[in-house]
Design a protein around this ligand. Structure first.
Ligand code: ADP
Ligand code: MG
Length: 703
């Protein structure tokens, strides 16, 4: 029997002729290694497979294997349409399967005589059990398969394609070929990137045994330990990159040490009209520690909307000024930059400090004046948009930059600041709640501080889903609020494909709402207005002279009008969870009870329904973020590419949180003993890391 190794080309596997080799290669499977890393999509656990005759009504899903006796399309009574009824038998009894969707296709799938494994919840009508829309897997009734099933193994089911299936690589085909491979494979030819000592320390199994366990599990325990090892490795390289980047920042980047007395900070603190929350205080303590060190701070403050991040940022800015440095505050939009500018003016003026505003749409004259004040150092404090880090902006001595509500501020922008020859401390603030696993991975090179509580006296926003037909009733409710002196937002979704359409929708809606709220003052805000117009509307709303504000999502982040207690979101089903949460965060900022109404039509997708239900059930940003991750998946949420997250075949960022934590610990352990991965036992890790997509800075580090 010829021996196979990890790197043997697949055409040398007995049973693989030219045609099958071609099909495998077209799927990216060139050598034995690729085949071993072609993982099953799921497993049938024989221990949970029941005989139909032994079925008892039970909670939860059960699995049954049987052959199709017959499959018929039956007309539905009343509503019309038809359903597919399938009878499955296994020698001990008959189970009914019912399908309402995709019935034509399913009829051609469930052919009499064919065998299927079906899983689902049991329903009982009279003496007979049924399953509605079970999950199903086509089972080949050959001897191999039946033996496998009857001897109680765990049966891997493989993903496949038409091309693969044509050459015999359905689930069974993959099982057969892998059986043959493992019979001939020299397991010692599989090099393990994780050295033995490390594996022992973290109780992680060997790579070759893990691969075998995943394809031919002898027990459930063995399968889980194999899967865990492979999952861990999927995220380990990423964790190593993150840890390396952190080391690099610590070692190579010199920063400013802020050690002067907090004179301005103290004055500011004493003048505050409220007590800081304990979350705010603890974040300030973290910042204080960072600023004392001779390396640039790189910290993320994560605090739910309304948790009071701005005050914290202002105090950090004053720490810079106390130390003779300038501080800049960068906001994602002009509206926000202006709002923050006003807030800071009211707080900083009494301390004798001027603030400069710098945005793209400023008139050239005021811009030049501002630029001059910044360059000469006459002004210590600057607020602006992205314009702040443009080339023409020269600071006298920038010591701190605060980046508000912009979680994409990353390596690139830092690099840009560095190019300007400065390495200020960076403080990023975000209300977009980042689930723990993502904070550890995507934001792994940032230190994270959380503000967990809202200032006292805030009531959770009452949230209700409203169907279009109940609109009139809703308008009446809102009019009551306004009569009490409160204010309301109406937000329309942005239709990205066409700004024109968007504008039309918002303007039309505006007319309608104006008549709904006759006797009150209304204002309209959208992205097409120039900044003066926007500014006029915003300050009208802020001062209370505008009572109802109709807007596109330009107000999504950061806007702070505590007297507004009503947020109406139109076509709420079109928004993502994070966005709905942000929008809702515009209300509930004062002491009065606030309300959020999510308007939608009855035609809702399953995801849409789930999102709106989540919003009704909780106001906790972290719960919402976890849910969002669950509904959409990490890749979709953050864009795998942008976040630098690797393609994850097995690991689930939500469910496998423990493994993510373990990979971080493992990465630190590795780098602690060998910061540049120069030891021979780390040569495979080093090689793998060099082939990972990554940024250039990192590559220099391990090259
Ligand atoms: P966010 O974290 O969403 O940016 P802001 O900084 O805009 O929140 O703060 C929301 C509102 O809460 C502001 O009006 C701010 O003045 C107020 N605020 C901040 N901290 C406190 C506190 N400790 N007690 C009471 N109100 C506070
Ligand atoms: Mg804010």
């Amino acid at each position: 029997m010829s021996s196979l190794t990890y790197t043997t080309e697949i055409q040398f596997i007995p049973g693989i002729g030219p045609e099958r080799a071609k099909a495998l290669k077209a799927s990216g499977i060139d050598v034995v290694k690729h085949l071993l890393h072609y993982y099953p999509r799921k497993y049938l656990d024989r221990t949970r497979i029941l005989k139909i005759g032994n079925l008892r009504w039970a909670e939860g899903s059960v699995t049954v294997i049987g052959t199709v006796k017959k499959a018929d399309l039956i007309k539905n009574r009343g509503k019309g349409g038809q359903r597919l009824q399938v009878f499955l038998e296994d020698g001990t009894g008959t189970l009914e399967l019912i399908f309402f969707q995709g019935v034509q296709y399913l009829k051609t799938t469930f052919r009499p005589g064919e065998a299927f494994a079906v899983s689902g919840n049991l329903e009982q009508f009279g003496p007979r059990f049924s399953m509605i829309h079970p999950e199903y897997d086509h089972i080949q009734q050959d001897e191999d398969e039946l033996k496998l099933i009857n001897t109680g193994g765990i049966i891997p089911l493989y993903p496949t394609t038409d091309l693969l299936r044509k050459t015999g690589f359905d689930s069974r085909g993959f099982r057969r070929i892998l059986k043959r491979v493992f019979e001939r494979l020299d397991l010692n030819s599989i090099p393990d990137p994780l050295p033995l000592a490390l594996r022992n320390r973290f109780s992680v199994s060997d790579l070759s045994l893990s691969l075998k366990a995943v394809h031919q599990p002898a027990s459930n325990d063995e399968l889980i330990s194999g899967l865990n090892r492979l999952k861990l490795e999927e995220i380990l390289y990423f964790s190593l990159q993150v840890a390396l980047r952190k080391l690099q920042i610590r070692e190579n980047e010199k920063g400013f040490t802020f050690s002067a007395e907090d004179n301005l900070v103290k004055k500011f603190y004493q003048a505050l009209p409220f007590q800081l929350t304990s979350g705010q205080i603890s974040v300030l303590r973290d910042i204080r520690q960072d600023l004392k060190r001779p390396h640039p701070m790189n910290r993320l403050i994560q605090g739910d909307v309304g948790s009071g991040k701005t005050v914290v940022a202002m105090m950090a800015m004053l720490m810079a000024v106390d130390n003779g440095f300038q501080a800049a505050f960068m906001a994602p939009t002009e509206i926000l930059a202006e709002q923050h500018y006003k807030t800071m003016e009211t707080y900083f003026k009494p301390l004798g400090l001027d603030v400069v505003l710098l945005t793209g749409s400023l008139k050239q004259g005021s811009k030049n004046t501002g630029l001059g004040l910044i360059q000469t150092g006459m002004s210590r404090l600057v607020v602006g948009t992205h314009a702040l880090i443009e080339d023409q902006v020269i600071f006298q001595n920038l010591g701190l930059i605060v980046v508000d509500e912009q979680h994409r501020f990353g390596v690139m922008q830092r690099a840009r600041l560095k190019q300007k020859g400065i390495l200020p401390h960076v403080l990023v603030m975000s209300a977009t709640p980042i689930p723990r696993t993502l904070a550890m991975t995507v934001y792994g090179d940032l230190e994270v501080s959380k503000i967990k509580e809202l200032p006292t006296g805030r009531l959770p926003v009452k949230t209700t889903v409203i169907y279009d037909k109940d609109r009139l009733q809703l308008i009446r409710t809102i009019r009551e609020q306004i009569k009490k002196g409160r204010q309301a937002y109406f937000v329309y979704p942005l239709i990205e494909e066409s700004e024109k359409l968007d504008l039309k929708a918002a303007t039309e809606a505006f007319e309608e709402i104006r008549s709904d709220f006759e006797g009150f003052t209304t204002g309209l805000l959208h992205g097409r207005m120039n900044s003066e117009e926007k500014e006029a509307v915003m300050s009208g709303f802020k001062s209370g002279s505008i009572q109802v504000l109709v807007s596109t999502t330009v107000i999504e982040v950061g806007v702070d009008v505590p007297n507004a207690t009503v947020m109406v979101i139109e076509h709420a089903e079109r928004f993502g969870l994070a966005q709905l949460h942000q929008l809702r965060g515009r209300v509930g900022r004062g002491h009065d009870q606030s309300y959020c109404f999510l308007i939608t039509s009855f035609k809702l997708s399953k995801d849409g329904k789930e999102r709106l239900a989540t919003m009704e059930q909780t106001t906790d940003g972290f719960v919402i973020a976890e849910k969002d991750l669950e509904i959409r998946g990490a890749g979709d949420l953050y864009g795998t590419r942008q976040s630098g997250l690797p393609d994850l075949q097995l690991l689930d960022l939500v469910k496998d949180e423990k493994l993510v934590v373990q990979s971080r610990e493992m990465a630190s352990a590795i780098l602690e003993s060998d910061p540049h991965l120069r030891k021979p036992e780390h040569s495979l890790l080093r090689e793998r890391l060099r082939n990972e997509p990554s940024d250039a800075i990192l590559l220099n580090e391990i090259a």
